[in-house]
Design a binder for this molecule. Structure first.
Ligand SMILES: Nc1ncnc2c1ncn2[C@@H]1O[C@H](COP(=O)(O)OP(=O)(O)OP(=O)(O)O)[C@@H](O)[C@H]1O
Length: 439
């Protein structure tokens, strides 16, 4: 490398002092240096210097934006400013979600000469099968996770909207885990079915003798969550009277225990969730508009399972480990076809229940269609039959799409190896990935 094209030694020794993994790249995606934290946690044995970031982190042979992903380096070159994204990266521990922050470094003439890339793994979500936490890698899931990564480090109130069973509580927990409050409690409150009086004393606590049965003083959940995150699930179910008290808590940061006169200071971050249409409830006078604005600083929609159907095989692998630990269950291709075509109105919770039932019905190691409940098989079979009748056959594209996605999900090596395995050029592989994973 010509001397004028080398980064300043001061910059390199500064990067080495940073506790988070950092690499230094040139404008052509080439890694010119990696700090000690990166070498310890991310490098997989071989030296990364001289190789490209997309090859090391993604096992791609082209930059991310040409492989259908958002590339922070390309974005940084265009915008001239710092860019953040969440990417799935190959690391020394396998494939992980990593928060990437890319900062451009300019030379004396003001031109961008280098990029410093900081990487922080997001441990609350996984792109591979795992036995706990959030699992997924479909575009809709990654988009949602990108918003989680962006909002988590702030103190902003987050409203999670999504159908029942989509994983809102797990997402709330992931927000907590990725926040500065992770060492403090995560307290979840189910707001549905709690009468107003009980709701208030549960949330704010009560003094001794505050009401019949209050034989001792009790701290509330706001206090229990102190320093951490309070998760209000089914927030749309909170009675109007209690909505006022919640609004006061959020506006002043203070509350009173039931039966007490003194104000207490709250130190919580609020994450709430609902599957109800809050805007419609506001129009009907059932939900306060001012509270809505307070809780909804940063809205995140958790996608329905049918919007991330390409995650079904991965979720199955992960959930089987949770519902039948100790058994090495797998799903036959025919049963997989049925599950991938079913609409799952109850989302991931329904998928989990279906697998739990199937694991009880199956004595061996392979779950077949016969182990799935009739109400899962029937609509899929009816749809397939209708398709055959309407078109005179099953669409070849559907068979190809399902087979292709199954191969992608079960493959653990590089994209290059996958292309070879499927007998495709890498270009065609990326085109098909874009085409099939987008729906
Ligand atoms: N992405 C995911 N990866 C792994 N498991 C998931 C995922 N999403 C949901 N689950 C599982 O699905 C079930 C339902 O999730 P959860 O209770 O978080 O849903 P919810 O959206 O809060 O539902 P509700 O609106 O009914 O409260 C749980 O068992 C959870 O572990």
């Amino acid at each position: 490398m010509p001397i004028e094209n080398r980064p300043l030694p001061e910059l390199l020794s500064f990067l080495d002092t940073l506790p988070e993994p950092h690499i230094l790249c040139d404008r052509d995606y080439r890694i010119v240096a990696a700090n000690a934290a990166y070498r310890a946690g991310f490098a997989t044995g071989r030296s990364v210097v001289g190789r490209t970031c997309y090859e090391i982190s993604h096992h791609y042979s082209v930059p991310c934006d040409q492989a259908g992903e958002s590339c922070p380096l390309a974005r940084g070159l265009k915008s001239g400013q710092r860019e953040r994204v969440l990417h799935l990266h190959h690391t020394a521990r396998g494939e992980e979600y990593v928060n990437i922050e890319l900062s451009p470094i300019r030379d004396a003439s003001g031109e961008i000469a280098w990029f410093v890339e900081k990487m922080e793994p997001m441990n609350a979500a996984r792109g591979l099968s795992d036995h706990h936490g959030l699992v997924g890698r479909a575009p809709a899931f990654q988009h949602m996770l990108g918003l989680v990564a962006r909002a988590a480090p702030s103190n902003a109130s987050i409203l999670l909207q999504g159908e029942s069973g989509t994983g809102k509580e797990l997402v709330a927990n992931a927000i907590h885990e990725a926040s500065h409050r992770a060492d403090h409690p995560f307290v979840a409150v189910d707001c549905s079915g709690l009468p107003e009086t009980l709701f208030e004393s549960e949330l704010f606590g009560h003094e001794r003798g505050a009401f019949t049965g209050a034989t001792s003083r009790k701290a509330g959940l706001v206090e229990a969550a102190s320093g951490g995150t309070l998760f209000l699930d089914e927030l749309g179910d909170i009675p109007l009277g209690m909505q006022v008290k919640l609004l006061r808590l959020l506006e002043t940061g203070t509350y009173r225990r039931v039966g007490a006169t003194d104000l207490r200071r709250a130190d919580i971050r609020l994450v709430s969730a609902t599957h109800r249409p809050l805007k419609q409830m506001i129009a009907e006078g059932r939900f306060r508009q001012d509270l809505y604005y307070r809780i909804n600083t940063f809205p995140i929609t958790v996608p329905a399972l049918r919007e991330r159907a390409s995650d079904i095989p991965l979720l199955i692998e992960s959930l089987l480990g949770r519902v039948a630990p100790g058994r090495r269950l797998n799903v036959s291709p025919a049963a997989m076809q049925v599950l991938c075509r079913y609409a799952f109105p109850g989302n991931v919770r329904e998928l989990r229940n279906v697998l739990e039932r199937a694991s009880l019905m199956c004595d061996g190691e392979e779950i077949g269609p016969e182990h799935l409940a009739e109400d899962i098989r029937a609509p899929v079979q009816a749809a397939a039959l209708a398709e055959v009748q309407a078109t005179g056959g099953v669409h070849w594209q559907d068979i190809e799409r399902n087979g292709f996605l199954q191969a992608v999900h079960s493959h653990r090596g590089s994209r290059k190896e996958l292309a070879q395995k499927l007998g495709l050029s890498e270009r065609t592989l990326y085109r098909k990935l874009r085409q099939y994973q987008a729906d």
